[in-house]
Each structure stands twice: as structure tokens, then as C-alpha cells.
Design a protein around this ligand. Structure first.
Ligand code: GLY
Length: 256
């Protein structure tokens, strides 16, 4: 059975890292309720949910995506770019023990899983404030034996590559063209632009097994564009964790 690793929302979420948005009050109970609905969406697509316990002193720890990169035959434990997030990886590595052979990004490399976009045998990696050249070089060396090539993508104005672009179907990407130049970097792909009124809408979680994408209900104009393109949208209310600069890809690690 496929597995989704998640983690309970920390009671300290209000002290999360913020880079491109202003701090506003976050309601922990509401964030937890929305997170439970997100897990239910994954469960309805066939995933066994393995929810790690809350980390009360790690504010961003619900965003497990940043702590690992899951490949079919290995998992890479990252070294997150934000110092406050580095202690998140140990418990994720423990959860992945026995599920995949583990490899580790080492100092001085930094890499956030939110910058890592798997595209068949190619991995696009955002060069951002979180993922440095050394981290990307280490990833390139680690994945080469598994048949993956790594391509570095400049990202301007967004926290992570997957804030700016995600895959929503076999040959289709959802893109905010202000933050990533898809004409240069993803020229071979069919591209759907987010609605200009919804800059954060490019973060969608493609569930290939279910033939749908999980997408924040905060972005109905972009969802309509996806629907028009024949892509089935599974909306989830996710605005509370959006205030912590997290999107729908950020809250799970999926193992097929
Ligand atoms: N608050 C999400 C992050 O900055 O990592």
C-alpha cells in the first residue's frame, strides 16, 4: 500500500519561518483541522497515512516535504536551508528507515525538498535561499546511480521552486511565470499559468494514482483553469498553513 508521511501541526507554528509574506495570526486548531482534511484527501486516494507526532518546539515541522526527497529506490535526507529547521530531519529519517535506503545531504550543502521537482528521469531543483550550489551538487551525485539527471532552475521571488511550478498531469505544469521562466527552463512542457490574482496557486499536488490534483480551495480561478484543461481538482481548505508560507505539496512525503 502506498504511504504518505505527514506530521501533526506544531503548537509553535506561529513562530514559523517567513520569507516572502507578512506574519499574521495563525489559529492552531484551525490549521490542525485543515491538516486532517488534507490527510483525508490523501487517504481517499489510497495512501496509508503515517502521521509523525507533533514537534512542539519545531514550528515548521508540519512541512515534511522539505526534509526528504523520495525516489523509487532511495530517499535523500536533506539539510534544510533554514537553520531552525535542521532538527526536523532526524525523525523523518527514522520514519523512512526500512522503506528506502537513506542518503544524506551533508554540510555545507543545503537543500529543501520544496525545491525538488521530479519530472520522470530528470529532477529540476530550484536555486533559492534554501538550496545552495553545494546541496544541489550533492543531490546530483547521489541520484546519478539511480538514473536521474539534475537540472538547476533559478527562482526569483518565491520561497521554493514548487511555490512557482508543480506538475499537474503527465505532460503539464502549473506555473507562476513571474517566478520561474518556463519558456527557457520547461520549454518541452504544456504549461498552465496561475490566474494573476492568485500568485501562490502554482503549488498543486499531483496524485497520479487517483488522476487528480490536490489544490488549495483559496485559488478557485486557477482551479477553473485546471478544470478547463481536463484536470480533476480535489480542493482542500488550506489557508491557515498558507499563512505559514506552506502549500499542499509541503505537508506530505509520498511513497508509492
Ligand atoms: N514556513 C515555511 C518555511 O519557511 O520553511
Amino acid at each position: 500500500m502506498p504511504i504518505a508521511i505527514t506530521r501533526a501541526v506544531s503548537r509553535a507554528i506561529a513562530r514559523c519561518e517567513l520569507t516572502h509574506i507578512d506574519r499574521v495570526s495563525i489559529d492552531v486548531a484551525s490549521a490542525r483541522a485543515q491538516h486532517a482534511a488534507y490527510e483525508a484527501a490523501l487517504a481517499s486516494s489510497g495512501y496509508e497515512i503515517r502521521c509523525l507526532p507533533e514537534e512542539a518546539d519545531l514550528p515548521d515541522s508540519v512541512f515534511v516535504e522539505d526534509t526528504a526527497v523520495i525516489l523509487p529506490d532511495a530517499a535523500i535526507i536533506t539539510r534544510p536551508g533554514a537553520e531552525s529547521r535542521r532538527r526536523e530531519t532526524a525523525s523523518v529519517a527514522a520514519a523512512l528507515e526500512g522503506l528506502r535506503p537513506l542518503l544524506h545531504v551533508e554540510e555545507p550543502g543545503t537543500l529543501d525538498g520544496g525545491d525538488v521537482l521530479l519530472l520522470d528521469r530528470e529532477i529540476a531543483v530550484g536555486r533559492t535561499g534554501r538550496s545552495n550550489a553545494e546541496g544541489i551538487a550533492q543531490l546530483r551525485r547521489m541520484v546519478a546511480p539511480f538514473g536521474f539527471a539534475v537540472r538547476e532552475i533559478p527562482v526569483a521571488g518565491a520561497l521554493h521552486l514548487k511555490t512557482a511550478v508543480t506538475r499537474v498531469a503527465e505532460r503539464v505544469l502549473l506555473v507562476n511565470p513571474r517566478w520561474v521562466d518556463h519558456r527557457v527552463h520547461f520549454a518541452d512542457w504544456i504549461v498552465i499559468h496561475v490566474d494573476e490574482a492568485e500568485p501562490f496557486a502554482a503549488n498543486a499536488l499531483w496524485i497520479e494514482r487517483a488522476g487528480e490534483v490536490i489544490h488549495s480551495a483559496s485559488f478557485p480561478l486557477t482551479a477553473a483553469r485546471l478544470s478547463c484543461a481536463g484536470i480533476r481538482v480535489h480542493p482542500v481548505v488550506a489557508d491557515e498553513l498558507g499563512k505559514a508560507e506552506g502549500g499542499v505539496t509541503c505537508c506530505s512525503l509520498l511513497l508509492e
